[in-house]
Design a protein around this ligand. Structure first.
Ligand code: B12
Length: 215
């Protein structure tokens, strides 16, 4: 039943069928499937297929844009559900954003939803965020961690600039990075604290690093 619903949601997203996605998503929630599972097992996999088809020249920008809009609508419903019942007591504060020059924010939004669902307070700066704006928010909110997403090889360098700017300002919040062209090795080479390839693992990563920091 669960697998069938995941397939239906994924298939509808791949066919750019907005109503189909939203209907099957409501059904999945009604059946008691968690938003985290729906995001990881259905929506993210559907977006991966869209990305692959785009890379292979089977889909074009307007279709990717349509898929992105459907994803936004689905995430709005799921985020609301994930925030239900969350208490005022947060585990830590995380500033999130997509780096300078990059407008891709679907993956970042997935991470934001996952973190909020796991009771982190998230300051979401959106996309195309300069290193200075990241630092300003860390100071303003006394944030424990910064998460910066980059989806293009051309904007990966902005992650390095962020580490440099944080060091210049003596900002010692944890520095976490992700996005398709990012990797464990890259993060290590720029002096970051952690990398994860998906939203669910990002929560585990933050849990682990925050616990370690407060030891
Ligand atoms: C959707 C999409 C778009 C949408 C973006 C909509 C939006 N609101 O985000 C639109 C159509 C607008 C778009 C525009 C462009 N795009 Co585009 N796009 C994509 C596409 C198909 C999918 C990306 C996506 O959403 N994936 C789904 C999400 C769920 O996955 P994700 O982002 O990887 O996120 C997960 C993990 O990476 C991780 N993660 C993400 N962030 C973070 C952060 C932290 C801290 C951590 C720990 C983890 C983490 O967790 C996430 C959730 O599980 C990719 C192809 C691909 N294969 O990635 C191209 C792609 C990224 N785009 C590309 C390009 C070139 C562009 C354009 C320049 C196109 C153009 N010619 O105008 C513009 C960008 C303009 C700009 N300045 O940014 C290229 C980049 C190539 C490169 N240089 O590396 C790609 C790779 C396609 C390609 N092969 O050519 N794009």
């Amino acid at each position: 039943m669960k697998e069938e619903l995941f397939d239906t949601i994924r298939g509808a997203l791949e066919k750019l069928d907005r109503e189909g996605v939203l209907e099957s998503l409501s059904k999945a929630l009604y059946e008691g499937i968690t938003p985290e599972e729906i995001i990881t097992e259905a929506l993210s996999k559907g977006m991966d297929t869209i990305g692959r088809r785009f890379d292979e020249g089977e889909l074009f920008l307007p279709q990717v844009l349509m898929a992105s809009k459907i994803m936004d609508d689905a995430m709005a419903i799921l985020s609301e559900r994930m925030n239900e019942g969350s208490t005022d007591h947060h585990r830590a504060i995380v500033v999130m954003g997509t780096v300078s020059g990059d407008i891709h924010d679907i993956g970042k939004n997935v991470c934001v939803a996952m973190l909020k669902g796991a009771r982190y307070e998230v300051i979401d700066l959106g996309n195309d965020v300069s290193p200075e704006d990241f630092v300003k928010s860390v100071v303003e909110y006394s944030a424990d961690a910064v998460g910066a997403s980059s989806l293009m090889t051309t904007t990966l360098i902005s992650q390095k600039n962020l580490v440099k700017t944080m060091q210049e300002f003596g900002c010692n919040a944890l520095k976490l990075f992700g996005g398709a062209p990012c990797s464990e090795e890259w993060v290590e080479s720029i002096g970051g604290d952690g990398y994860s390839s998906n939203g669910r693992d990002m929560v585990l990563l933050v849990d682990r690093l925050i616990d370690k920091k407060s030891e």
